[in-house]
Ligand binder design. Structure first.
Ligand SMILES: NC(=O)C1=CN([C@@H]2O[C@H](COP(=O)(O)OP(=O)(O)OC[C@H]3O[C@@H](n4cnc5c(N)ncnc54)[C@H](O)[C@@H]3O)[C@@H](O)[C@H]2O)C=CC1
Ligand SMILES: O=C(O)C(=O)COP(=O)(O)O
Length: 608
């Protein structure tokens, strides 16, 4: 909720009308894997805004030069080289939280591993400049995703390059724990020869429960099968077919933990998995079970594990990860003779680190260029081909949003926005999330200093109490062109330009893409046709000869170039609307003269 206050504070000074309703709670963002999300055209729409926002998506916030990337943990050289070819790279390792906060407002991207806590305070300290956080690895539990989303900051990770390394480390721990390798090694190095003390247990024929049957979990299962183990797995979201294909039975959590001789943890740390392994769950396990954790320390209640080791419920544990990293020097768990430990080495092979570094460098560079990487974790999934097809409509959607909000009379708050898409496409074949995001951007940005992009659009709308309703009108015809028109309606608001009201009393504008560029085609009930570029004057007058000439010469006398003009009327001699595209913003005097022109009943000047 930290952004609620600044948003509220900024609204009263806004030029147009939306008032700040009570902010709703933070949206429950479901981090979703993005397949591919290029939005090059979206970039150009943003760059084309008449008043650039505080944070362009493409150029460095420091003034259009090379972007700056801060790397806070050791990254493979190949990734660093890629980053350096594109950006100024500051490698500053082992920063304190305070030092990180001080540096982060000077950079456009931050690259971390698991050792850097990217908290809400970090996003706040970035003061809007940070656009991308790259997590060079899988687990993003050290990044506050909600705070990133609120700040419009994209978070990308490197989900695949260290999978094998983590799986191999789990297998290494499994085997070395079973045969007391680490303990025996320490004993021999201490000058002892203790053959009977370090009798181990065999793996063949034993049951291994893999908890979390994702990328690492399934690779562990595959390898453990080769060791002759029987594998069961628990994962509420894993496809049964994938498990069956490698001969693994998916079972319930209780069945998995109560029947296994070995349990290997491979799920993410989330609020629902935190301390999933506690006194209650240890009590359900087979006496003498052995546990491997190469996932996250926070999955285990470490005090409870210590109790379970001491009372023999758990015979041995092999831990690569800890609730607190590094764990305290005197940690009883680390020191326990039946516990084998490694300092979070799961991803630490030369090969995995090079792979992860390249994967994250490419994702961060892509994101800085305006492409949302295939591995974005806090942005909606919009396939590349959909984005490319919708790109002209992305520009249109933003322009319509900017235009419609400027038609609202001061003091009446925008609460409900209806976006109507007319299309020959089946609704299932038209992904409108990016269009909705751009309408929101167009509506919110002119009246606040909020920066809106596809990452935070729904969150910003929710915070401001803006309800965006989407409707589809299905047209007959070939579905080749994705959209015929987009209408934006603002309901229950007053307009400073009565001509923009529809019969239903909504402020209504409609636009189409013509020859690849956005056009305004309807204002209220008046059809017009004017290219949406530069600035726009809308005049409502009684339809009669001479008005267009008068207004045109006022603008000409004031040296204002008219780029487009279009007149729409209800009927001959009745009401008409003149839409005039102008390159420059006319002086106040010119606008006053237009307002004073006889038969001009109202007019409004709009910046697009
Ligand atoms: N120690 C290390 O250096 C490394 C640790 N990791 C950690 O390993 C874990 C797994 O990574 P990946 O396999 O790449 O992730 P993944 O996303 O491919 O797999 C995680 C699986 O856990 C499942 N899951 C979620 N909630 C669950 C629950 N309550 N019970 C059972 N399953 C649940 C998901 O459905 C998913 O299939 C993560 O925590 C990651 O951070 C990954 C790489 C290196
Ligand atoms: O990828 C992961 O989830 C890991 O835990 C690896 O962490 P690291 O990048 O080695 O700090």
């Amino acid at each position: 909720m930290a952004l609620a206050t600044p948003l509220r504070r900024l609204l009263p000074v806004a030029a147009a009308a939306a008032t700040a309703p009570d902010p709703a709670g933070p949206s429950s963002l479901n981090p979703r894997r993005v397949l591919s999300l290029r939005y090059g055209r979206l970039r150009s729409s943003l760059a084309a805004s008449p008043e650039p926002r505080s944070r362009p998506l493409t150029a460095s916030a420091a003034g259009g030069g090379r972007p700056t990337v801060l790397v806070t943990e050791k990254l493979g050289m190949a990734g660093l080289d890629l980053l350096r070819a594109f950006a100024n790279v500051d490698c500053s390792y082992e920063l304190t939280a305070e030092e990180l906060r001080a540096k982060v407002s000077l950079v456009d991207a931050l690259v971390v591993r698991s050792g850097t806590q990217v908290t809400r305070e970090v996003f706040e300290a970035a003061r809007g400049r940070l656009r991308v956080v790259g997590r060079a690895g899988v687990g993003i539990d050290n990044v506050d995703l909600q705070a990133a989303t609120e700040a419009g900051c994209l978070v990308v990770n490197a989900p695949t390059a260290n999978t094998v390394a983590a799986a191999e480390h789990a297998v290494a721990l499994l085997a070395s724990m079973a045969r007391n390798v680490a303990q025996a090694d320490a004993s021999l190095k201490a000058g002892k020869w203790q053959r009977s003390k370090y009798i181990g247990v065999t793996l063949v024929g034993k049951t291994l429960a893999v908890l979390g049957f994702g990328k690492v979990g399934s690779e562990v299962a595959r390898r453990a099968k080769g060791l002759g183990m029987d594998i069961i797995a628990h994962d509420p979201y894993a496809p049964v077919d994938r498990a069956r294909a490698i001969g693994v039975d998916l079972v319930s959590f209780d069945e998995a933990i109560s029947t296994a001789d070995f349990i290997s943890l491979h799920m993410p740390l989330t609020p629902s998995t935190e301390k999933l392994f506690n006194d209650e769950t240890f009590a359900k396990m087979k006496k003498g079970v052995r546990i491997i954790n190469v996932a996250r320390g926070g999955l285990v209640d470490e005090e409870a594990l210590l109790r379970a080791l001491d009372n023999g419920t758990v015979a041995q544990a092999a831990l690569d990860v800890f609730t607190e990293e590094p764990p305290p020097r005197d940690s009883k768990l680390v020191q326990h003779e039946n516990v084998t430990v490694t300092p979070h080495l799961g991803a630490s092979t030369t090969e995995a680190q090079e792979g992860v570094a390249i994967e994250i460098a490419e994702a961060v560079i892509g994101a800085l260029k305006g492409d949302l990487a295939a591995t974005a974790v806090n942005a909606p999934m919009v396939p590349a081909e959909v984005l490319s097809e919708l790109s002209p409509y992305v520009v249109l959607a933003e322009k319509l949003g900017r235009l419609v909000v400027q038609l609202v009379a001061g003091g009446s708050g925008v609460k409900v926005v209806k976006v109507v898409y007319s299309s020959t496409r089946d609704p299932d074949d038209l992904d409108t999330r990016i269009l909705r995001a751009m309408v929101t951007k167009g509506i919110v940005e002119p009246i606040s200093s909020a920066f809106v992009n596809i990452v935070n659009a729904d969150y910003v709308a929710k915070q401001r109490g803006l309800r965006i309703i989407e409707e589809r009108i299905l047209l007959d015809g070939s579905p080749e062109i994705p959209l015929d028109s987009i209408q934006v309606h603002l309901t229950n608001v007053e307009s400073k330009f009565g001509g923009a009201l529809s019969d239903a009393g909504d402020i209504k504008v409609e636009g189409k893409v013509k020859d690849g560029s956005p056009h305004l085609t309807l204002v209220g009930s008046f059809s017009v046709d004017v290219s949406l570029e530069g600035n726009l004057i809308l005049c409502r007058q009684v339809d009669q000869p001479g008005v267009i000439g008068k207004v045109g010469s006022i603008l000409g006398n004031m040296n204002v170039n008219v780029s487009f003009m279009s007149v729409g009327r209800t009927a001959r001699g009745k009401q008409a609307i003149m839409a005039i595209g102008v390159d420059e913003e006319p002086e106040k005097e010119a606008l006053k003269l237009i307002g004073d022109t006889s038969s001009v009943e109202e007019f409004v000047f709009l910046k697009l």
